[in-house]
Structures are given as structure tokens and as C-alpha cells.
Design a protein around this ligand. Sequence first.
Ligand SMILES: [Zn+2]
Ligand SMILES: [Zn+2]
Length: 410
Amino acid sequence: MCAREAMLKQEEQKRRLVSHLLREVGKYESEIIRIRRQIHSNPELAYMEKDTARLVASQLESLGIKAVTGIAGTGVLGILEGSSRGKVVALRADMDALPVEENVNVPFKSRKKGVMHACGHDAHVAMLLGAAMLLAENKQNLCGAVKFFFQPAEEEGGRGGAKPMIEAGVMSKPKVDYVFGLHVVTNYPSGVFALRGGPVMAAPDTFKIRIYGKGGHGSEPHKTIDPIYVSSQVINALQGISARMIDQTQPFAISVCSLHAGSKHNIIPDESILEGTMRTFDEKVRSRAKRYVTRVSDAICRAFGARCETEFKTETYPVTSNNSKLAVKVARSLKEISGTHTVECDPILGAEDFSRFLQKAPGVYYFLGTGNKKKGCVYPNHSARFKVDEDVLKYGAVSLAKLAFEFGSD
Ligand SMILES: [Zn+2]
Ligand SMILES: [Zn+2]
């Protein structure tokens, strides 16, 4: 067979696989929605996803997929071996809910006061289980192996569940060749896949600057070292990092969001505390900017005779950076799913601990739009009115299964 014929045959096989998956998913759609609603009505906060993990494990086992529970506390790892040799593809869903009181009237509304699946992680779990159904049923066409990561505590910030899952060894034995994950968002219309190569979500850094001065009477500032005045100079100077010290072609944001000092209008206090956030898309820019924050605050404080301590929270999420070559392939693959539309997205300043998996293996993190005005799916993630358009769950499940089939035989 000549190269062109082989290519055409491969294309034909791919086309057949997509239409097969889309037909098959119809069979599972109501089950995927049922699972999502069950999880939605019983949301569990970070590292407390016990019922969700139990449900995940029993679903995987009913499909003949080996499930390991108790990973990183409440995480679940599923492993499905294909029928021939190939690559190991990991698919990830996060499972945790948020401390939000649900304000959506649906029959499957949260039964827990003050806890809600306001970021759509219930949909992520259901879609990944849907992908597991498709993959298990078509195991004879699967090369390599698929690892299913059901991760706890994505919303936890520094202590997110991806890191302890990696430490528990999910990326090795067998070693993961590719890793994929998706997130539902209402800022794209239903059925739109959005992705980009390179950095897609920011690294969020939190800093605290304690400024030590010398308190005294408000009428005699020359006998004091006024930490409030010094703070104002530090806040000004920090903006100089953005304006004059960081390459202007690099996205960078720094904001001081809290300033605490003083107790009365005529007392100059001894100290003040500034807290803020910094967002970057490049690890080099990130570490440089952290050094600048420390250096600038220190120098400004010393100039006025004050002293300061600057600390950054450790263990914050890294930049979520998609492999550029893979992103092109993934976009091509998603475009083949009829009923959907694929677009290139801009980077966003939110953060994700899927970034930690991407540091261990090449992969892609992509978004699935669930925005639908008619159904009231218009409020952003984390809103008490956040609502997922369930009609897109099947597309998410197909996309994950499709990536596992295609990259398994890569
Ligand atoms: Zn979230
Ligand atoms: Zn989320």
C-alpha cells in the first residue's frame, strides 16, 4: 500500500471511530446526566469527596476497569488496558465542590447547605465516566492503556490534589505518555471547544509584606518611621515592576489587595501589612518578578529607615502550559466531533493544578462551553447561579474517549 493510500485508510478509520463514538454515546447519555445530577445534589468539599469517590470506583468496576481508591486521600485511579501495545494516555477530572450556597432551582439542587458544585466538577466526573464507558465498550480498538485520574481538591490552592496524586505515583508504572483534561465554562457557547498551545492559565502568587516602622504621635511624624507612608511608597513602586522591569510583551499583573495598619487618626502605628496577588504566564518571568517584589519593597523601606519582610506563599500552582504541537493535533481531533465547534482561546488569569500533571508529561488542557441563554446557563463558574448545559456532557465524554483512542495509537 502506498503512503497516500495508508493515510486515506487511517483517515477513514478515524472518521468511522468518531461516528461510532457519537452513536454509542447516545446510549450512555442519560446515565452520564444521571451521574452528574447525583453528584450535584451531594457536593463534597476538597479532600472530603468520599461519596463521589465511592460512586466513581463502583462505576469503574462495573465497567471492568481496575480502580485504586484512597489516592491522595479521596482520589481514584482507574486503569484500562487496551488490546494491543501503544501509548499510555491519562485523562483527568477533578471532583471537589465549593463553599457556595446554591441559588439555582433544579430538582437535583445541592442538599448540603453552603456547598455547591459551582465550578462544574460534577460534570467533569460524569464526562470522564462517560469516556470510560465508551473506552471499555470499545476496548478491542484501544491501543496502549488509559489511566483515569479522579482528583480531589482542585479548588484548594497550594494544597491541591494533583501534587499528592503525582507523589502517590499516578504518572508512573506505567509511565504516562500524554495527559488531557477539560473544564466546562459558561463564557463559551454550548458545544464549543476552546484551547490554545502554550500557556493557557496563569501562575497565581500570593505575597505578604510586613513593614516595621516606629510609631508615635501624628503631630510629630519626624520623630517616627511611619509605616503607612512607607507602605504607600511600596505600593507605588511595585507598579514600577510591571511598567519598567518586566518585558512588556509578557502578560503580568500585580495588585496589592489589602493594607492593614493603624488604630486611630492621630497615632502613627509601629507596623503595617500589605497583601497582594501576582499573575504570570512564564516561569522565568515569575521567579524574576518575585525577586523584584522582595528587592523593591526592601529598598523602599530602607530608604525611609523602615524594615520589611516579604514572603510568598509556597506551593502555589505553576503556569498551565499546553504542549504546542499536541494542541494543534488535539484541535484537529476535536474539530471532527460533529455538533461541536472548536476555537482558539486567549490565555486566562485563573489557575489550575492540572498544570502539575503537565509538568510531568506533555498534554493539553481544554475548555468546553456550556453557555446557553435560553437555559439560563449564563453565570460564571463559582457563581451561586452557575448552571451547566447538560446537552454538552456527551461531547465532553466523546472528546476524552477520542483523545485516548487516537493518542494511544500515536
Ligand atoms: Zn473553580
Ligand atoms: Zn474548576
